[in-house]
Unconditional design. Structure first.
Length: 443
């Protein structure tokens, strides 16, 4: 089965190679990372062969979720090196820029046995931590053979991935046996993992560490919060922030926004496409619909945007920009994509709107709806009506925002539960007290 899986991985890579070549030639993507994806890390990466903890976070959302865990792992395991890998370019950029507690950042290798061995030989982990649901059969098998402890944190099995895993249940059961602990977000994921063959004694419901990733409110003007200096908004100017949008959703958002403009408001639309390669496309759409549009990279610092719409063409700034929003729409939810993270606007007490497709965040979305902390819309027409209604009703906005922030505060604690599981797998070395050398007084 492992040979068949590896062969299928090769076929997929060959089939996608024209796309990778195109992206390499057009956008200079993947070229610089190929060696690391094949397991060739620089010798200087871990020159002395020190043991380590290896954290893998596939992209931007996982990197942000991992940050509070990484900081605590650094504090608890000072004698171990700490490495972070990502799969995507955007995740890599964010990790290198905003995660300071790691010794190095690198690209996750292709999941073949030889690339896994090559990477493990240099990283030398005592513990491998997977954020969300990153389950790689060959790497996990190599970890088991070497005695490397493995843990899945912030785990979830979405409604979209569950049927695929179920099709390969006999093989997947063997893969899950190589994971020492599963720290999952909710009971539904725990049930799905157990059905797929995971040992129930290895499954712990810890909640989502993304609640804890929001612990520290930002200090404007420093680090990633510098983005706020490009949005010095006039008091009372309505701002609609549409985050992590996908193709088709921008049309609906622009339509709703133009409804606001027709009412005579001097509103600002901030659009943050999920995929960087779509920045130009979204900019053209806004201009075609009659909006004076600029990119975030074109804005002067310490000024209010002189535009109707701003396309956020940067990585890692969206979470901080939610602070300037009057109303937030979270994308990936009108399009059938499973939704995106609604916790980032919630921590700032902003009223949140999302579409019908929140399956990837079903438990969190249900909790927000049940607690009156967000509004779910089922159609573009309903989106139009909801945006206008919220902009006209400051009392309702305040109520939704306060409920959202309260829900975030009430659900913190997953980080500590997750760290307790990690500590049980890899007990921190006790700090040695300096030896007391006996002496005698010489008269």
């Amino acid at each position: 089965m492992y040979f068949l899986y590896s062969f299928l991985m090769l076929l997929v890579l060959v089939a996608l190679s024209p796309y990778f070549v195109y992206q390499a030639l057009r956008h200079n993507k993947y070229v610089g990372s190929l060696g690391q994806r094949l397991g060739y890390l620089p010798v200087s990466f871990n020159l002395d062969g020190d043991e380590s903890i290896w954290v893998h976070a596939v992209s931007v959302g996982e990197v942000l979720a991992a940050r509070p865990l990484i900081s605590e792992l650094r504090r608890r395991y000072p004698k171990l090196r700490l490495f972070l890998s990502t799969t995507t370019l955007t995740g890599q950029q964010l990790a290198r820029r905003n995660v300071s507690d790691v010794d190095a950042v690198f690209y996750f290798p292709f999941d073949w046995a030889f690339t896994a061995r090559r990477t493990l030989n240099l990283v030398k982990p005592r513990l491998f931590v997977m954020v969300d649901t990153e389950i790689w059969p060959n790497l996990l098998r190599e970890c088991r053979r070497r005695g490397v402890r493995t843990v899945l944190v912030n785990g979830r099995i979405s409604y979209r991935s569950f049927p695929r895993y179920r099709l390969i249940r006999p093989f997947f059961r063997r893969v899950l046996a190589d994971v020492d602990r599963f720290c999952v977000q909710g009971d539904e994921t725990a049930r799905r993992l157990e059905y797929l063959g995971a040992d129930p004694s290895r499954i712990v419901v810890t909640g989502s560490v993304k609640f804890d990733a929001l612990d520290a409110l930002p200090t404007p003007g420093r680090g990633p919060e510098r983005v706020l200096r490009f949005f010095r908004m006039s008091p009372g100017r309505p701002v609609l922030v549409a985050g992590s949008t996908l193709k088709g959703e921008e049309d609906a958002i622009v339509h709703a926004f133009n409804g606001l403009r027709r009412r005579g408001t001097n509103a600002l639309l901030i659009l943050a496409p999920r995929q960087p390669q779509r920045f130009a496309e979204v900019e053209r759409l806004c201009r075609h619909e009659g909006l004076l549009t600029v990119r975030r990279s074109e804005l002067p610092i310490d000024a209010e945007p002189r535009a109707d719409a701003v396309v956020l063409d940067s990585i890692g700034e969206l979470a901080q920009l939610y602070q300037v929003a009057t109303v937030v729409f979270v994308g990936g939810s009108l399009a059938p994509s499973g939704g995106h993270n609604i916790l980032e606007p919630a921590v700032f007490g902003r009223p949140i709107v999302f579409g019908a497709h929140m399956e990837n965040f079903a438990e969190i979305a249900s909790a927000f709806i049940a607690n009156g902390a967000a509004v779910q819309v089922r159609s573009e027409r309903e989106l139009d009506e909801t945006i206008v209604s919220l902009m006209d009703d400051p009392v309702r906005r305040a109520r939704l925002g306060a409920a959202a922030r309260a829900l975030v505060d009430a659900n913190r604690g997953a980080k500590d539960k997750t760290l307790a599981v990690i500590t049980s797998l890899l007990p921190p070395q006790q700090r040695q007290h300096p030896a007391v050398v006996p002496f005698r007084v010489i008269h």
